[in-house]
Design a protein around this ligand. Structure first.
Ligand code: PA5
Length: 319
């Protein structure tokens, strides 16, 4: 199933999101996106595409502090059942803020209908939220009123083939087997490196650490500069550096210099180039490489890439 979800990813970009209850929809240029896990991966990806996009990304109960009157609150929950997102919906309602919900159903859909709140009803294609990033991108583009993004993403539906990235993903999985992945990117690409973390955590069931340049050169790397850390960690960690030719030249230099410093200290660091001739192509190719790598790693570990029962069981245990 996970394999089919990855292989058919481009179909998600054909989805044409509609806003239900559109009379109450307020077009704005400032946003708060509230949602957890797989339902709040895409706003950051929009900020890679358009860095000036004014979005507060909130992953908690309620809403961020401060005056949010000039913002559109986007409540995103794939299942429509997530406690934090439902709480944010109620708080936005109480504070009479402009809002739109994005979901496949559940209580969030019921609440949106009951309160005449505009909503985008995504099709339930029977996959887990982290495999539905294409649908989420389209729905989020609609909520952001970013018609150009909708057009660009839709145009990729016919030409973007997820299978092109399987071999690269498999090679990364082979490097990562029996290691803890530590994944780095530029700060600009931090939403992307976070998607890598989520996909490895949830599909391959492995702990993952991530960090971004240039901050890590002022902090994290010092943690590797001793014989004891080498003895303790060198054979356990595999560093993956997600390098982007669009990154500032000074940042790109840091990838190379840091990889060499790590290798000199006995750590294995691999530079992985982000491929693509446009921003969206780079984002999608990197996401799909992460999907394949985490699927192959799951297969090597003999775990079910689909299964997230620990997350589901936890949710039930706090009701
Ligand atoms: O990938 C997952 O299953 C999780 O990260 C969920 O996305 C997260 O728990 C939130 O659930 P939902 O997306 O249904 O709101």
């Amino acid at each position: 199933m996970a394999r089919e979800s990855i292989e058919s990813f481009s179909k998600q970009l054909e989805y044409e999101p509609q806003i239900e209850n559109a009379d109450n929809f307020k077009t704005k240029d400032k946003f708060v996106v509230v949602g957890m896990g797989g339902s709040n991966l895409t706003p950051g990806l929009f900020q890679i595409w358009k860095p000036e996009l004014d979005v507060l990304i909130h992953k908690d109960y309620g809403l961020p502090e401060g005056d949010l009157k000039d913002r559109l609150v986007i409540v995103s929950s794939y299942s429509g059942k997530t406690e934090e997102a439902l709480d944010a919906f109620n708080v936005a309602l109480e504070r009479k803020l402009d809002m739109v919900a994005i979901t496949t159903g559940g209580k969030l859909l019921d609440m949106a209908k009951e309160n005449n709140v505009p909503h985008v009803l995504m099709p339930d294609i029977g996959v887990h939220p982290r495999f539905a990033v294409g649908l989420s991108l389209m729905a989020m583009a609609k909520a952001f009123s970013e018609e150009n993004a909708l057009k660009d993403l839709k145009s990729l539906a016919g030409s973007f083939d997820p299978a092109d990235y399987e071999e690269k993903g498999k090679q990364i999985a082979e490097k990562l087997k029996d290691k803890i992945p530590v994944i780095y990117s530029s700060r600009t690409n931090s939403p992307l490196v976070y998607c890598w973390k989520v996909k490895f955590n949830e599909s391959a069931k492995t702990p993952v650490s991530y960090n971004v340049f240039p901050e890590l050169n002022h902090t994290e790397m010092a943690g590797l500069d001793s014989e004891s850390s080498k003895k303790l960690l060198a054979d356990k960690l595999q560093f993956i550096f997600l390098k982007d030719s669009d990154d500032d030249d000074r940042i790109q230099k840091r990838f190379d210099v840091t990889a060499k410093l790590y290798q000199d200290r006995g750590f294995s660091a691999e530079i992985v180039e982000i491929e693509g001739d446009s921003k969206w192509k780079k984002i999608l190719s990197s996401l799909l490489t992460a999907d394949w790598a985490s699927l192959h790693l799951a297969e090597m570990y003999g775990v079910n890439a689909e299964d997230t029962s620990m997350i589901e069981d936890f949710k039930k245990s706090i009701i």
